[in-house]
Structure formats: C-alpha cells, structure tokens
Design a protein around this ligand. Sequence first.
Ligand SMILES: Nc1nc2c(c(=O)[nH]1)N(C=O)[C@@H](CNc1ccc(C(=O)N[C@@H](CCC(=O)O)C(=O)O)cc1)CN2
Ligand SMILES: Nc1nc2c(ncn2[C@@H]2O[C@H](COP(=O)(O)OP(=O)(O)OP(=O)(O)O)[C@@H](O)[C@H]2O)c(=O)[nH]1
Ligand SMILES: [Mg+2]
Length: 430
Amino acid sequence: METICALASARGKAGVAVVRLSGPLAWEAVADLCAGAALPPVRHAGLRRLFRDGEVLDEALVLIFEAGHSFTGEAVAELHLHGATATVRAVLRALTAREGVRLAEPGEFTRRALENGRLDLAQVEGLADLIEAETEAQRRQALRVLSGAVGARAERWRAQLIRAAALIEATIDFADEEVPTDVSPEVLTLIDAVLEELRQVAAGASVSERIRDGFEVAIVGLPNAGKSTLLNYLAGREAALTSEYAGTTRDVIEVRMELDGLPVTLLDTAGLRETVDEVEEMGVSRAIERARQADLRVFLRVDGALPRDLRPLGEDLVVEGKADLGVGDGLRVSGKTGAGAGELVARITEILETRSRGAAVITRERHRLAVERAIGAMESARSEVLSGADRTELAAENLRRAVRSLDSLVGRVDVEDLLDEIFASFCIGK
Ligand SMILES: Nc1nc2c(c(=O)[nH]1)N(C=O)[C@@H](CNc1ccc(C(=O)N[C@@H](CCC(=O)O)C(=O)O)cc1)CN2
Ligand SMILES: Nc1nc2c(ncn2[C@@H]2O[C@H](COP(=O)(O)OP(=O)(O)OP(=O)(O)O)[C@@H](O)[C@H]2O)c(=O)[nH]1
Ligand SMILES: [Mg+2]
C-alpha cells in the first residue's frame, strides 16, 4: 500500500494549512522532515521545525495517529503548517520526493477509510454531503448520516427479515416430518413491522433529498408584475434585470439562499402571457416548465390578475404585487419598498419547515431506490406467505432479496460501480 499525502484544508492562502499523510510510511516521512527531533506522542500535537536539506521549511504542529486508530484506519500523520501556498507546496514536494509517498487522488483518504471498515458507504455519502453543507438543515442531516444512522436502521431491518426468512426456511426443512407448525403469524408480524417503517422512510426520502439539494420556490405571474424586482429585494442584490417593459425576463434566474436554516433556490421566471415574440415565447415555456417542477410557487398578482396557463396548486402562495400602489386582497408585497416581504418569507419558510419535518434518515435517490426495491420484494413475500405452504420457498427467497437491497444501502453488496461516482465528488485531501 502506497502512502498518500495531500493538502486537507482548503486551497489558497490561509492562516493555517493542514497536510495529511496516510499509509505505512506516514510517520517515517514526517520524522525525516523533523530531522532527528522525536515525533510527538500519538494524538498529541507537538511543535516541530521541518527541514529539507538542512533548510527550515516551516515551524509546524505535528500530529500522528497509529494504524487502527485513525480516520483512514492506516498510520496517519498531519502537519499543521503556516498557510502560505509556498509553504504547502514546499512541504508536499519534500514529502513526495520520498520513494513510496505520492499525492492522493480526490476522496482517496475516505476511500481507504471505507476499505478499512472505518465508514460504511452511507457514511461516506454523509461525509460528502457534510462537506457540501451550506445550511443548518443540510449540516444536521449530513452529520446524522455520517454518524451511521442509516446503517443502524438497516441493521435492525436486516435482523428482522433474516429472522422471518429463517422461520420460513425451518418449516421447509421439516416439511416431511409432519410437524404442522404454522410460523406464518410470526413471519407476517415481522414483515409488517419492517414494511411499515420502510414505507415511512420511503415517503420521507423526497423531503431529505430536497434538504440535500435545496427547495425550489418559483415566483410567477403576468409580465410586469414586479417579479424580478421582488427577487432582487429578497436576494439583496440585482440578480435579475428589471424594466418598465413587459417581457423583460426570459431565462430562469436562480438565487440560492438560506431561509431559517433551509436551503432554498428562488426562481425568477418570465411573465406568462401569449406572445408572438419567439424569444419571449421560449422564455414563457421555460418558465411554466420550471415553475411546475418547483416545490412551491409564489403567484404575484397585479390588480388581482393571474396568468391563464399556470394555476396555483396545494400550498402555493398567491400575493398581490406592487403593494405600494394599489389595494388588493390578502397579502400585499412590494419589491420596490420591501413592504410585505418579511411576511412572504415567513409564509414560505413555514410551509417548507412543515414539509422538512417529514424528512427520513435516507437522503439520496440511491437510498430511496434500494428501500423501494426492498418494499417490493417484501410485498411479494407477504402475499406468498398468505397464499400458503407451497409458496413458502418463494417467500423466503424474496425476503433474502429484500435483505440484499437493504445491504446495498451501506455498501455490503455491489459497491464497486458506485465508488468512482461517489468519490468523484470529493475534493483532494478528503
Ligand atoms: N485535524 C483533523 N481534524 C479533523 C479530521 C482529521 O482527519 N484531522 N477529521 C477527518 O475527517 C474529522 C474528525 N474525524 C476523525 C475520526 C477519527 C479519528 C481517529 O483518530 N479515530 C481513532 C481514535 C479515536 C480516539 O482518539 O478516541 C479511532 O476511532 O480509533 C480522527 C479524526 C474532523 N476533524
Ligand atoms: N410602484 C412599484 N413598482 C414596481 C414594484 N415592483 C416592480 N415595479 C416596477 O414595475 C416594472 C416591472 O418590474 P419587473 O420587476 O421587471 O417586473 P417583472 O414581473 O419581472 O416583469 P417581466 O420580467 O417582464 O415578467 C418596473 O418598472 C419596476 O420598477 C413595486 O413594488 N411597486
Ligand atoms: Mg422579470
């Protein structure tokens, strides 16, 4: 196994930069830089001068972890350097000059942690999401996954399904011995208990996916309603062009923001109307499509008028625009003066908060598909158990299939194809 090293902290100048090494030569390579001074005791930082060819490279904090008790599971060393790009470069150059030490690929430290059983596949995904987290809800959700919540749930489901399958298999084995023990009530109880939990988790998965990727909220309405002006007010910057001409906005403009800890992408869209202008018409089609896919729509009315091609559904908000000018029913907002904007944000936040309470432990489409496959296999098993003795073998096989699907959540089965995809999203040094 080669020893890898990389800058673990963000690239660019910084107060402190952390260079991490993992592998059999990690300690030796660092000890060489310390030129004779002893390494500090494991997991205790020590201040050391680092040398190359007799020249001081930096004065750094050195930290070592022994194999079996480190993030990767291998021997690890860290150098907490002064965060100059030149310092980092000089130290990495000195380290990689050694035979057996090379720069790490993106995600390679984490890949080794996975291979050494320090993390399961879901935890690796949790770690990737944690690094990407920009809002409180994302941080909490990712940390829960990183701490092993998916694996813990999967382990309990697995144990119950294996017990159910074993009960069935026991009756198959003893089928000749005319001991008519009917295990189906117990088997059905086990299946139903797990099915209920899985259905709940599958139902909450889309909410967790939204927390991961962000909720989309589209501002829609007739041309000139003041949508772009409102977006700019909410964004706190001139993200979209505004003008007195109807039909100003053509493309969908996205602004990412955090509303009470939730990640939200606000969309400004073209004013909806029938038009002979081909380019405007393309903008209108795009607006309708994106607005339909969004999680929530805010209809901005002018004098009570709404577009004909898109109607409010479910919890969609309908508000009166240009509040400073006229009157209208319900909530009135103005992007020009900011009137009503706080109330609008509060309503959007409340709707999304309520939805986000339904979040499940699983956070990715991959997880949801695995859970849905398990549900499908269990539903088959259930009806096979109900239909009597001659189908019990099938039932047991379907329960085993459900177990395999759940195993894929934590990477107990078929991970290889996934790994490259998952690690591609990692940065170097992670
Ligand atoms: N400097 C530094 N900070 C960091 C990390 C790191 O690698 N280096 N981490 C990297 O992501 C995170 C912490 N994750 C870590 C997870 C396990 C171990 C570790 O040494 N585990 C051993 C010993 C545990 C103990 O001392 O109680 C073990 O589990 O056996 C270290 C860091 C966040 N902060
Ligand atoms: N008095 C008043 N004027 C506003 C308000 N919001 C926007 N306007 C004006 O209305 C005009 C249209 O504003 P936009 O924000 O570009 O409207 P829009 O809905 O994005 O229009 P399209 O992109 O063409 O669909 C501009 O002249 C704005 O200055 C408001 O709250 N009060
Ligand atoms: Mg506009």
